[in-house]
Design a protein around this ligand. Structure first.
Ligand code: NAD
Length: 366
């Protein structure tokens, strides 16, 4: 039998310090030699409800990167669920491995067993590196999984609801900046015409917006130019385009010190996660330039809203109804940011934290 060395005890102490950095409740290390499973489930905060967040399967360079990622992502879920007004906490899981080599039915089902052992404190879903099929395997071991296909009573692809939420965000931003939420005649540039960007274009087109698009996939660009009259622009020109609204719907960290200087849009509102390379630098920078920035984690919450709806018994109308509320929440954020003379991302974070704090008080009398 091996003994616990001083170094191991020190590592444990460091882990507790790290849990304290973002005030995480729990991190579960899952290890199974037979299936090769190495996974981490981080439960950040369950004041509002069970922690819901996808399972990412990724070949991390080292364990340190996996721990950092799962902690950062699970905390982000707490804020997203709170601001979306859902009775959900924040959590996330990562499985360390190569999608093409390590992912098997046995591995996913074993992971499902670990999820089951948390008795509903953590609810999993699809994320980068996992698919609806993987959720079906997990479902064989636990009911604490969402993002199942419609044929299994799930909500199917969440992207259309995400697009609708972004559309609501764009309309609220137009109301805030132009005094009117009609997008007729407004120019909008959309970066990334994937699952979310594509549906968003349909909404924008219906309202008579003038749409500029960029993507790395030429086929998709030709299709949207033909079907919706979008104007294709080179991908390096999309951020600095002279338009009313810029909608980043491709990658994270698209806005940095250099390209914010070039931004001509009055509004930035899109689906991409973590659009600001550094929110404490680029949030204030956008504010100083007088650009209305719609916090990404609010306007792209439609996907989470859709899976939450699945958790409580899927109803498409209710999911869209909740996503519609993104409009009012964003108006409240613009109002708060102006009143506090601060940037919108900070105002959003404060509203999310306030809701968690207030609901803790509700719990205190039960
Ligand atoms: P997707 O993979 O379907 O689409 C992304 C598109 O961006 C692709 O067409 C890709 O070719 C394009 N792209 C990649 N690099 C580009 C570049 N440099 N310039 C221009 N285009 C580029 O992804 P999606 O599901 O549409 O999600 C879009 C973004 O929204 C992602 O950041 C995602 O994390 C975020 N998001 C999506 C959802 C959802 O429900 N799908 C929910 C919340 C957040």
């Amino acid at each position: 039998m091996t003994t616990i060395t001083e170094q191991q005890t020190q590592t444990q102490l460091n882990m507790f310090n790290r849990l304290g950095t973002f005030n995480h409740e729990q991190i579960v290390f899952c290890q199974d030699e037979a299936t090769g499973l190495k996974a981490l489930i981080a439960i950040h905060n369950t004041v509002l409800g069970p922690g819901l967040g996808g399972t990412r399967l990724w070949m991390y360079d080292n364990e340190e990167s996996a721990i950092n990622d799962v902690m950062r992502l699970s905390r982000g879920m707490t804020y997203k669920a709170s601001l979306a007004g859902l009775n959900l906490g924040g959590a996330k899981a990562v499985i360390i491995g190569d999608n093409k080599i390590h992912k098997t039915e046995a591995l996913m089902r074993k992971f499902g067993r670990f999820v089951e052992n948390l008795h509903g404190k953590y609810i999993t879903a699809e994320d980068v590196g996992t698919t609806t099929k993987d959720m079906e395997y997990i479902k064989m071991e636990t009911d604490h999984v969402v993002g199942l296909p419609e044929s299994m009573g799930g909500g199917g692809d969440p992207s259309p609801v995400t697009s609708f939420g972004v559309y609501m965000g764009i309309k609220a931003s137009a109301k805030h900046v132009f005094g009117n939420d009609s997008l007729a005649g407004k120019s909008v540039s959309v970066q990334g015409i994937g699952k979310v960007g594509g549906h968003l274009i349909e909404y924008l087109h219906k309202e008579g917006a003038k749409i500029y698009i960029s993507d790395i996939n030429d086929e998709v660009l030709s299709k949207y130019a033909k079907d919706f009259g979008c104007i294709v622009v080179p991908k390096e020109d999309i951020i600095g385009l002279d338009v009313d609204i810029f909608a980043p719907c491709a990658l994270g960290a698209v806005l940095n010190t250099e390209n914010i200087e070039k931004l001509k849009a009055s509004i930035v509102c899109g689906a991409a996660n973590n659009q600001l390379a550094d929110e404490t630098i680029h949030g204030p920078m956008l504010m100083q330039k007088g650009i209305a920035y719609a916090p990404d984690y609010l306007v792209n919450a439609g996907g989470l809203i859709n899976v939450y709806s699945e958790h409580i018994g899927y109803n498409r109308e209710i999911a869209y109804g909740s996503a519609e509320k993104i409009y009012d929440t964003l108006m409240a954020i613009y109002k708060k940011a102006a009143a506090d003379n601060t940037y919108t991302q900070k105002a959003a974070n404060e509203l999310a934290e306030k809701r968690i704090h207030d609901m803790m008080l509700v719990g205190s009398t039960y």
